[in-house]
Design a binder for this molecule. Structure first.
Ligand code: PMV
Length: 322
């Protein structure tokens, strides 16, 4: 068997519970195994060089102790190399990603995960999932400030998760894979800004905000049952209710609302913003019959990019190539 030279990690979508999860409510995240970040390794004698093919930045040459720790790629490399106990490391890693940046689909966590896996590959080693998730969480802090940990968890374990902050995560056995349609507003929004706005809201209206978090938490619990039982119609209704609560938290936007309504108009069971909000993507839950109409309505409503994907299928193996 040839040695794998490409590590990868999936994108993710939050099915329900975002924002409330930061304050201890449960949330559900799904891996998007068809939309991935890749890190291709090439063994050579040069000091470790990381090339991000999609980003307008020069190659990053790793030099121990001299890295800019506010750069996510440099921090990821430092953390992985430190974990592996590898003082010096040589080789080249090329990063490429299908996951749109800053749109709530887990691009940052997927790139960090793929990069850590590739660095381990260069050392003919592997980082166990629990430890890898902790390393990626450290990088997520750069992107988000105080993330709940849901992104690194779902991206590393690549399985549907029922997540409660600081608790052992639970994997969900999905009865039937979900046909999701993702539609991008084209507006890049920083999760840390949306999280900060919710924090301010919680300070100024604690009781009302706590009540919203509690309702969102109840939705996540019921959504878990729906996933396990294949109750797609009810799941759709819960997504719509979750979107209304996110509107009440003021993390939606006219563009997101327009796409949610368009998805429903196209026949989706449910639709909601996914992730931090204020921009980024909505997810719509469709089926084989409605998927084309949903996609069409979303494009008509101004979606900048529409992706159809299946969530909840088994993990896709990393490429095993040249
Ligand atoms: O990374 P995003 O944009 O998918 O958002 C993560 C979800 C939040 O609940 C808004 C933040 C968090 O840390 O859980």
């Amino acid at each position: 068997m040839s040695m794998s030279t490409v590590a990868s990690a999936p994108g993710k979508a939050i099915l329900c519970g975002e924002h409330a999860v930061v304050y201890g409510a449960p949330a559900i995240a799904l891996p998007l195994s068809g939309i991935r970040a890749y890190a291709k390794i090439r063994k050579c004698d040069h000091p470790l060089t990381i090339i991000a093919e999609d980003l307008p930045r020069p190659p990053l040459v790793y030099r121990a102790g001299e890295m800019d720790m506010s750069d996510p790629l440099a921090l990821t490399a430092e953390l992985a190399i430190d974990y592996l106990g590898a003082g010096s490391i040589s080789g080249e890693i090329r990063l490429k990603s299908d996951i749109p940046i800053a749109s709530g689909l887990g691009s940052g966590a997927a790139i960090s995960t793929a990069l850590c896996r590739a660095i381990a590959l260069l050392r003919a080693s592997e980082i166990p999932a629990g430890d890898l998730s902790k390393l990626v969480y450290e990088v997520e802090k750069l992107h988000h400030g105080s993330p709940s940990g849901i992104d690194n968890t779902v991206v590393v374990c690549e399985a549907p998760v029922f997540f409660i902050k600081d608790q052992r995560m639970e994997l969900i056995n999905i009865a039937e894979p979900l046909q999701l349609v993702l539609a991008d507003t084209g507006i890049a929004a920083l999760t840390r800004d949306a999280v900060a706005a919710v924090r301010r809201r919680r300070q100024s209206a604690p009781a009302a905000t706590a009540a919203i978090f509690a309702e969102i938490g109840a939705i996540s619990k019921e959504a878990k049952d729906c996933l396990e039982q294949g109750a797609t119609k009810r799941l759709g209704a819960l997504m719509i209710a979750n979107h209304r609560l996110l509107q009440a938290l003021d993390v939606s936007s006219p563009e997101l609302d327009r796409l949610v309504e368009a998805g429903l108009h196209g026949g989706a069971y449910g639709a909601k913003l996914s992730g931090g909000g204020r921009g980024g993507n909505i997810i719509a839950l469709a089926d084989a019959h409605s998927v084309d109409a949903v996609r069409e309505k979303l494009l008509e409503a101004g979606a900048k990019r529409v992706m159809v994907t299946i969530a909840g299928e088994g993990r896709r193996d990393d490429d095993d190539s040249d």
